[in-house]
Design a protein around this ligand. Structure first.
Ligand code: PMP
Length: 445
């Protein structure tokens, strides 16, 4: 009998009791290879000695100090180190407890920035279809995931959604990837014009799409065009790196590979690596100065801003990612994972696309790889993969959704950066068992 309110009230979940490297162990002793790091969280695995020690030391020294009164050494040190490694122009860090909070803070900061600089009419948010930016009301309204939005629609502010950059589905046969990317980016220009450029506050996007499409990277040049369009109209670019940031794609910030920097960005998940709940919003010096020289106060806040134990854990994590070389390892092992997936499933009749960057990889499942026809939604292929993989001792992150009326099933893989080659083989072997179980007899379109 449990009093925990589970995500699915009909689910009877095993109880996790132990973490051991890239494995989780339940109360029956069953081991699960954590092939998705939960939801791209556990970048260091589940038993990192240095992060555990950093948490213990911080609890023993200073567990909590409210940020209305005091800052703390780990929060200051973490902010310094993040800025040292952040894309050019990002200059200030605001620590919160997770991804949704980081994105909410980003939206409110963008709004307050325009009030401070005397452009109060700017309030409109443009994002992309099928996107996910969190579950609290402001960011739920920003996200373009209709299934998540629908029940709460009367509570959501109005936002616009343009197409994602999704070459597998939307690049035409007569088009280069670059030409497609520019065409996709130009939808932003059209939407800004439709709304009136002076009314638009921000464009919001994930550099590499995670939880809604399964590790879809942008085409070369897409984000450079997006940056140009935002600059031309004075619109802020907010990049959601909650899932794809912190080395997941092989660089500390995913947008580094696209040669651009945002005005505001949000990170979480890999920042605390699961050892503590923490997220952060980073903004440019220009935005910070507008507030500093204006009202002098960001009209926002939570009790656990800059929590000393959470920031101490994240500081230890960041040290391992940067000085400890784990971001580079994400890049290198990501190539190994991509090759292993291509070798195992490159010819699989139900695998349409294998994609991603670093240790952030996605597989798109289709009923027919030639026509790219998806499975019918009622076959619940993604859910079947999740169940079969779990039974085989593999945690992966299958998802399904609809973009522009087209159903899609995807499997996201985001293992800890410490994964070894033999463990990649184990992951791929277990995923193969799950794909057979889910796409075999009875699962055809
Ligand atoms: N943005 C993105 C891109 C995410 O993937 C998530 C979580 N899946 C969030 C925001 C929300 O983060 P959290 O669940 O920590 O609130």
């Amino acid at each position: 009998m449990t009093h925990v309110f589970p995500r699915h009230t009909k689910a009877d979940l095993p109880v996790a009791v132990h973490g051991d490297g890239i494995y989780l162990v339940d109360s029956t002793g069953k081991r699960y290879l954590d092939g998705s790091g939960g939801a791209a969280v556990s970048c260091l695995g589940h038993s990192d000695a240095e992060v555990r020690e950093a948490v213990r030391r911080q609890v023993d020294t200073l567990a909590f100090a409210h940020t209305s009164f005091l800052t703390s050494e780990p929060a200051e040190a973490l902010a310094d180190k993040l800025i040292e490694h952040a894309p050019k122009g990002l200059d200030r860090v605001y620590f919160v407890s997770g991804g949704s909070e980081a994105m909410e803070a980003a939206l409110k900061l963008a709004r307050q920035y325009f009030l401070e600089i005397g452009q109060p009419q700017r309030h409109h948010i443009i994002a992309r279809r099928q996107s996910y930016h969190g579950n609290t009301l402001g960011v739920l309204a920003t996200g373009g995931n209709m299934w998540r939005r629908e029940p709460f629609a009367p509570l959501l502010i109005g936002t616009s959604h343009i197409a994602p950059c999704y070459a597998y589905r939307d690049q035409r046969g007569d088009e280069t990837a670059e030409a497609y990317g520019l065409r996709a980016a130009d939808e932003l220009e059209a939407e800004i014009q439709r709304l009136g450029p002076d009314n638009v506050m921000a464009f919001v996007a994930e550099p590499v799409v995670g939880a809604t499409l399964g590790a879809v990277p942008p085409t070369p040049g897409y984000f450079r065009r997006i940056r140009e369009i935002c600059d031309r109209h004075g619109v802020l670019l907010i990049l959601d790196e909650v899932m794809c940031g912190m080395g997941r794609t092989g660089t500390l910030f995913a947008c580094e590979q696209d040669g651009i920097a945002p005005d505001i960005t949000a990170i979480a998940k890999g920042l605390g690596a699961g050892y503590q709940p923490i997220g952060a919003m980073l903004c440019t010096g220009a935005i910070y100065r507008a507030i500093e020289q204006g009202s002098g106060f960001f009209q926002h806040g939570h009790t656990y801003l800059g929590h000393p134990v959470a920031t101490a854990a994240a500081l230890a994590v960041l040290g391992k990612l940067t000085d400890g070389g784990l971001v580079a390892r994400s890049q290198a092992m990501g190539e190994v994972l991509q090759s292993a997936l291509e070798a195992a499933f490159g010819q699989h009749p139900n695998v349409g696309d294998i994609r991603g960057r670093g240790l952030f990889r996605g597989i798109e499942l289709v009923a027919d790889r030639e026509t790219k026809d998806p499975f019918a939604p009622g076959h619940n292929v993604a859910a079947r993969v999740k169940k079969a993989a779990f039974e085989a001792g593999l945690i992966c992150y299958p998802m399904s959704g609809t973009v522009d009326g087209r159903h899609g099933d995807h499997v996201l893989l985001a293992p800890p950066f410490i994964i070894e080659e033999a463990q990649i083989d184990e992951l791929v072997r277990k995923l193969g068992i799950a794909l057979e179980a889910a796409t075999g007899t009875g699962a055809a379109a």
